[in-house]
Design a binder for this molecule. Structure first.
Ligand code: ZN
Length: 255
C-alpha cells in the first residue's frame, strides 16, 4: 500500500494512511464476537481537511470481489440484523415519521437488499420500490422513476465510490425530494495519530467509507443540497422541504 499521494474522494483534500486492520475485523466485535484473523491487511486513510476515512485498496475492488469476499453466505454472521430486524424496525420508524403520506409520495429504498422494507411499506399502502446495486445489477437507474423520498439505511459506509452514490441519488430524486439516510458519524471515534479501534471501521462488514460531519457537509454542498442530522446516525439531504414533509419534520436537529 503506497503511503503517499492519497487524495480524499469527498473533498480532494490531502490524506494519509491512518491505520491497518485485519480484513476479518467486524462490527460484531462490539458484542464481544471475534472472527479468526484472515491475514489480509486492510489499510484505512484519513483526509486532513474533512476527516473522511476510507479504505483505498478495498474501494478499488470490483462488484464481484465484494460479492465473493464480503457479501457472501457468511455475511449474515457479521450483520445478523440486515435480513429481517433492520427492515422491520425502519418500516415502523418511517410509518410513524411520515403518517398519512402514502398516497402522495413515491418512495425508493436505495441499497434495500432483499426489498423487505419496501414490501412492508407497500403493505401499508405506500408507493415504494427497492433498488440495490448488488441485487438489481441489470437495472439501469435512468429507467427508474424520480422519487419524493429516497431512504438509504446503512448504505453510505459501504460504498466504494462516493461520487457515484451521490450522482445516482441525484438522478433518482425529484428536485424537491428528500434523501433520508443512516450512517454513523466518525466524529469523536476516529482521530489522526491514533489507532483505528472504532467498531464501525470493519472491513468484513464492507464498511470502507466512514463519514465525519464535515465530510457530509461538504458532500451535500457539492450537490447543492442541505444537510440536517437528527442524531449521530440519521441524516437528511434536501433542497427545499416539500409540503408533504413539512408537518412531519423539524429541521432543528443539527448536531
Ligand atoms: Zn476530505
Amino acid at each position: 500500500m503506497k503511503a503517499h499521494a492519497l487524495i480524499c474522494p469527498v473533498c480532494d483534500g490531502e490524506s494519509s494512511l491512518l491505520d491497518v486492520v485485519d480484513f476479518h475485523k467486524s462490527c460484531e466485535e462490539r458484542r464481544g464476537i471475534y472472527f479468526d484473523l484472515s491475514g489480509i491487511p486492510i489499510y484505512y486513510a484519513i483526509c486532513h481537511n474533512c476527516g473522511f476515512c476510507f479504505a483505498p485498496e478495498m474501494a478499488a475492488w470490483s462488484l464481484e470481489q465484494f460479492e465473493t469476499k464480503v457479501y457472501n453466505q457468511q455475511y449474515v454472521h457479521v450483520d445478523p440484523d440486515y435480513i429481517e430486524i433492520r427492515p422491520r424496525e425502519k418500516a415502523t420508524e418511517l410509518l410513524s415519521m411520515f403518517p398519512g403520506v402514502n398516497s402522495f409520495i413515491k418512495h425508493l429504498d436505495y441499497g434495500g437488499g432483499n426489498g423487505l422494507l419496501s414490501q412492508l411499506l407497500k403493505a401499508a399502502d405506500w408507493n415504494s420500490i427497492s433498488y440495490d446495486p448488488f441485487v438489481d445489477k441489470n437495472k439501469n437507474i435512468n429507467s427508474l422513476d424520480k422519487f419524493d423520498l429516497i431512504t438509504a439505511y446503512e448504505v453510505f459506509e459501504h460504498v466504494p465510490d462516493v461520487d457515484r452514490l451521490m450522482s445516482n441519488l441525484n438522478t433518482l430524486l425529484k428536485p424537491n425530494g428528500l434523501v433520508l439516510f443512516s450512517t454513523l458519524l466518525s466524529d469523536g471515534n476516529i482521530h489522526s495519530k491514533q489507532r483505528l479501534e472504532w467498531w464501525y471501521a470493519s472491513p468484513r462488514n464492507g464498511h470502507i467509507s466512514l463519514f465525519s460531519k464535515k465530510s457530509l457537509d461538504l458532500l451535500s454542498e457539492k450537490y447543492g443540497w442541505q444537510l440536517a442530522s437528527f442524531s449521530d446516525s440519521l441524516h437528511l439531504f434536501y433542497r427545499v422541504l416539500p409540503p408533504w414533509a413539512t408537518p412531519h419534520i423539524t429541521l432543528n436537529y443539527n448536531l
